[in-house]
Design a protein around this ligand. Structure first.
Ligand code: HEM
Ligand SMILES: *[C@@H]1O[C@H](CO)[C@@H](O)[C@H](O)[C@H]1NC(C)=O
Ligand SMILES: *[C@@H]1O[C@H](CO)[C@@H](O)[C@H](O)[C@H]1NC(C)=O
Ligand SMILES: *[C@@H]1O[C@H](CO)[C@@H](O)[C@H](O)[C@H]1NC(C)=O
Ligand SMILES: CC(=O)N[C@H]1CO[C@H](CO)[C@@H](O)[C@@H]1O
Length: 358
């Protein structure tokens, strides 16, 4: 082949990949800028079927257990808030260090979700080898959970690498606000990771799914009802949690607990938000107008949620040759493996293979 023919082929390949990117990412909602090292076609050469493998698995799994959708969405949130979206939330407790998995605010992350992520990792490894990171699996699983529960579908930038160590307890407590937080406290936590009031209101809308344990909201019932709680709603919560530290759960969204929709904001308008961190969004003048808008306009909520969750999914990501591609999402790799090769080397090889096919 002459060098001019090679150049032509390269130009043609570039044109094809640019139009494929545009098609794959066509969505009405505006998206935040992409973090350096992440893109929508990251596994195009190394695992083109990655996204369909994740979707097909979750479609069946969530049909059997709708709670899995909530659990997976929450895992992605904890992963990203605590030392970046590096899959560290997935690591088991090892030796003397505190893993995100066993630390207090995370103690109620569901085992079914950790298992689903490890099952997905095994399916992906079987199809493509160990090329898809656990952090990317968590991001894709959250995206498909939202969609399968009735929410918007959005593109996920990929290329996250997995962290080498779990976060310690101090890091976790500094990163995750308590459900008793007011908006001032919540905004302070979010500002540390460059999220703003719009992100706070939209991301809290994830509480349209899933459940909470009495211990997460009981300070609003005992010793007496929080005055911002609707009276009927408080009496219902007292049936579920008749005394301090009752081991019981209730739905986060009383209207449509298993559907990703905007009814969470309707709950807030009716003073039926479960946590102080939820209800205060409607009390605080800085966030109240957005709550009201989302309660009246579901597409507006969906657009802002997509923007904010893609932004959240890019917090302090490891890319390029940082971190590793874990062989087991619940443990760092032992020693140095092929997966620790600088990604740029693998990418160069994949690109070379691509142009041969052309
Ligand atoms: C803004 C601050 C937030 C606070 C204080 C907070 C707090 C909590 C708490 C206390 C629970 C219940 C845990 C339990 O008792 O079992 C919970 C559940 C949940 N949270 Fe949040 N959360 C916040 C933001 C988010 C975000 C940003 C997302 C996702 C984008 C999210 C998704 C979920 C989901 C889906 C559940 C239900 C989990 C399940 O059913 O297993 N939360 N949250
Ligand atoms: C926890 O981890 C952070 C970040 O890696 C580190 O700066 C800090 O010293 C650690 N704290 C403890 C108590 O180990
Ligand atoms: C918000 O909570 C913080 C911490 O508990 C408290 O110091 C502050 O006074 C509260 N702000 C408002 C407006 O209630
Ligand atoms: C748990 O909550 C349900 C209602 O949601 C209630 O009927 C049941 O009695 C509660 N269990 C306990 C142990 O309080
Ligand atoms: C934020 C939160 O839910 N904290 C609770 C987590 O669980 C521990 C018990 O393991 C409680 O003491 C915390 O209040």
């Amino acid at each position: 082949m002459t060098s001019s023919r090679v150049l032509l082929l390269v130009v043609a390949a570039l044109a094809i990949s640019v139009s494929a990117t545009a098609a794959a990412t066509k969505i009405s909602a505006p998206l935040p800028p992409l973090a350096k090292g992440l893109n929508f076609d990251f596994y195009k050469a190394t695992c083109p079927q990655a996204e369909s493998i994740v979707f097909n698995f979750l479609r069946d799994a969530i049909r059997k257990d709708v709670g899995l959708a909530a659990a997976l969405l929450r895992i992605h949130f904890h992963d990203c808030f605590v030392q970046g979206c590096d899959g560290s939330v997935l690591l088991d407790k090892t030796g003397g260090t505190d893993s995100e998995k066993i630390a207090p605010p995370n103690v109620t992350l569901r085992p079914t979700a950790f298992k689903a992520i490890n099952d997905l990792r095994a399916l992906l490894a079987k199809a493509c080898g160990a090329v898809v990171s656990c952090a990317d699996i968590a991001a894709l699983a959250a995206r498909d959970s939202v969609h399968l529960a009735g929410g918007p579908h959005y593109p996920v930038p990929l290329g996250r690498r997995d962290g080498l160590a779990p976060a310690n307890l101090t890091t976790i407590l500094d990163a995750l606000p308590a459900p008793s937080s007011n908006v001032t406290t919540l905004l302070r936590f979010l500002a540390k990771i460059s999220l703003d009031a719009n992100d706070l209101v939209a991301l809290s809308g994830a509480h349209t799914l899933g459940i909470a344990h009495c211990t997460s909201f009981q300070e609003r019932l005992f010793p007496q009802n929080d005055v911002t709680l609707n009276k009927w709603f408080a009496s219902q919560l007292r049936l579920t949690c008749p005394a301090l530290n009752t081991d019981n759960t209730t739905n986060n969204d009383i209207r449509t607990p298993n559907v990703f929709d905007n009814k969470y904001y309707v709950d807030l308008l009716n003073r039926q938000g479960l946590f102080t961190s939820d209800q205060d969004l409607h009390t605080d003048a800085r966030t109240k107008p957005t709550v009201t808008r989302f309660a009246l306009d579901q597409p507006a909520f969906f657009d802002q949620f997509v923007f904010s969750v893609v932004k959240m999914g890019q917090i302090n990501v490891l890319t390029g040759n940082q971190g590793q591609i874990r062989n087991d999402c619940s443990a760092p790799n032992k020693g140095r493996t092929n997966n620790d090769l600088p990604w740029s080397v693998l990418e160069t090889l994949a690109e070379a293979a691509d142009s041969l096919v052309l």
